[in-house]
Design a protein around this ligand. Structure first.
Ligand code: PEP
Ligand code: MG
Length: 572
């Protein structure tokens, strides 16, 4: 058994046989030199390939319209635009002439550098590279008619776990919905066009997994997208556990139909607050038309992650303004840059050896990147005039941390006054409670702010001294460790005392099984990944509010070391 971890682009659970899908052209692009007198012939070959590709894209446009509606139409229309880019065509022709190379070689080189340009732009544009690759592959396959295919023959009655290097829109279209149980890929993006199409299939999608190296055609695979896990050739115990989970999920699917506009509530109508965590501007679109209670965590460090220059105040401002407007009157809690080992925007350079989870984090980063925090804060204050933005300070462990962020806010306001720019004077402030220090000192810290978020991901990591990202010690990163529950009890008790708002926004809030426990702890405000919000809302609609003795039951089972049976789920 082997377990790989990746990023979930669509939640869900699937079990089946893997089939590896390869876009053959990528493996085998012919490279050869041509004689000068063959240049015209080579250009004619290129034109012919362009003609065939044009036809294929037009057909795909029609087919996708039928299967995916407007989204499909827009995506393949964009592919048409890439193909018809005259400058690109001329560049390929020029390369054939200059370097005397075959047309396929020239196409590949020109599309590669075109793709590189997009990769260097911000995250949204970097996701467009998948569309460019798709058009390139289509074009290359038009030379000899080769296109993507499964390594093993498809059994008509047995859908498969599709494993591939990446997802492209044409690939999704080439694979019938009835053939897919899940998609597992190496490259991908939450909002890439291919992901958007694949999400329509309603199957789990995980990317960022070293898939083609570790999974062979015919392997038995379990995809647990809510945990971002791909389990290859599971042992008997794991298989049995997941068979039960699949049965439960099937049952739930049958009764889980909700109206988008319904508020989040339990079976008996107890209203809960359910907000969304987002990391990219595009994710706000996932919430369109849904009745949700705001953005509980905007992870701002992901907004311009792949850039080599820090965003300007105007760039920050534009994104925040758009999100504020899209969220209408709802609160949007923008966490100021939270940098750490696995979340380091390319435009920030730390002194070497300092880039780790216990080094420069939270307020400790302010002095090093002061101007950037200042620009970001100015932008939030200005964008707050377009909606209800709130400031959220990361990695707090001491009052002095809050004060450090406040200094930045103070200076941001005074500069904005000098510049005569409009901004909101009384933006609310909150803190992340994600260090054990903040949890045990919650009472003291809460007095200084308006609200707090429990960041259970880091709170667990620092409490257990077990990395949240390491596969080797994953078993020690116990998602419902009793120490976390104890710390939550302390924090919730203090928020009650000081009448402050408290929200749970770590991954643990994505486990519907734990909601009876959360409710009996007295928390009714949650923030979950935008892509999971509908599912969780739906599950809560079938939740019975736990009786008073539920917490006692939990502790009794804890003593018996029987917590996994109690929740009917593996806690590791
Ligand atoms: C957390 O630590 O629980 C949290 C929500 O923040 P992040 O996952 O971004 O560290
Ligand atoms: Mg955190």
């Amino acid at each position: 058994m082997k377990i790989l971890k990746g990023i979930s682009a669509n939640s869900g659970l699937a079990k089946g046989i893997a089939n590896v899908y390869t876009e053959e052209v990528e493996e085998n692009i012919p490279h050869y030199m041509i004689e000068e007198e063959k240049i015209e012939k080579e250009i004619a070959r290129l034109k012919e390939a362009y003609g065939k590709t044009r036809e294929v894209i037009e057909n795909m446009l029609k087919a996708s319209e039928e299967i995916f509606g407007k989204t499909g139409e827009e995506i393949f229309a964009a592919h048409g635009t890439i193909l018809e880019d005259e400058a690109l065509f001329e560049e390929i022709v020029a390369l054939i002439k200059k370097r005397l190379i075959n047309a396929e070689h020239a196409v590949n080189d020109v599309f590669d550098s075109y793709q590189e340009k997009f990769k260097r732009k911000d995250y949204h544009f970097s996701e467009m590279t998948h569309d460019i690759v798709d058009v390139r592959n289509r074009l290359l396959s038009s030379f000899d008619g080769v296109s993507g295919q499964f390594e093993c023959p498809l059994n008509e009655r047995q859908p498969v776990i599709v494993v591939s290097k990446r997802l492209t829109p044409s690939m999704v279209l080439n694979i019938a919905q009835s053939d897919v149980l899940a998609f597992v890929t190496e490259e991908g993006g939450l909002t890439s066009h291919a992901t958007i199409l694949a999400q329509n299939y309603g199957v789990p999608i995980i990317f960022g997994v070293n898939a083609t190296e570790n999974i062979d055609c015919g392997d038995s695979v379990i995809v647990d997208a809510s945990l971002g896990k791909v389990i290859i050739n599971p042992d008997k115990k794991t298989e049995k556990y997941y068979d039960e989970k699949l049965k439960e999920a099937e049952k739930r699917k049958k009764f889980c139909v909700i109206k988008k506009e319904e508020p989040t509530q339990t079976k008996k109508g107890v209203r809960l607050t359910l907000k969304a965590n987002i990391s990219l501007q595009a994710e706000i679109k996932l919430l369109e038309g849904l009745n949700y209670d705001g953005v509980g965590l905007l992870r701002s460090e992901f907004l311009f992650m792949n850039r080599d220059k820090p965003p300007t105040e105007e760039e920050w401002f534009k994104v925040y303004k758009n999100i504020a407007k899209a969220a209408k009157e709802k609160n949007v809690d923008i966490r100021l840059l939270d940098i750490s080992g696995d979340k380091m925007p390319a435009y920030l350079q730390l002194p070497s050896g300092e880039n780790n989870d216990l080094g420069i984090r939270g307020a400790r980063a302010i002095n090093i990147f002061y101007d950037m925090y200042l620009d970001q804060t100015k932008a939030i204050l200005r964008a707050s005039t377009h909606g209800n933005l709130r400031l959220l300070y990361p990695m707090i462990s001491d009052i002095s941390d809050i004060e450090s962020f406040r200094e930045v806010v103070k200076e941001a306001k005074s500069i904005l006054d000098e510049e005569g720019k409009e901004y909101k004077k009384d933006v609310k402030e909150g803190i992340m409670i994600e260090t054990p220090a903040a949890a045990v000192m919650a009472g003291i810290l809460l007095k200084h702010v308006d609200f707090a978020n429990i960041g259970s991901n880091d709170l667990l990591e620092y409490t257990l001294a077990a990395s949240r990202n390491s596969q080797i010690i994953e078993k020690r990163y116990h998602i419902l460790h009793p120490s976390l529950i104890r710390l939550m009890e302390i924090v919730i008790g203090e928020t009650r005392k000081y009448k402050k708002e408290i929200c749970l926004c770590g991954e643990i809030a994505s486990f519907e099984e734990f909601y009876p426990l959360f409710l009996s702890l007295g928390i009714n405000n949650f923030s979950v990944e935008a892509s999971k919000l509908s599912d969780i809302k739906c599950n809560l609609l079938h939740l019975e509010k736990p009786g008073k003795s539920y917490l006692d039951e939990f502790y009794k089972n804890l003593k018996k070391n029987d917590i996994e049976k109690f929740f009917k789920r593996r806690i590791f």
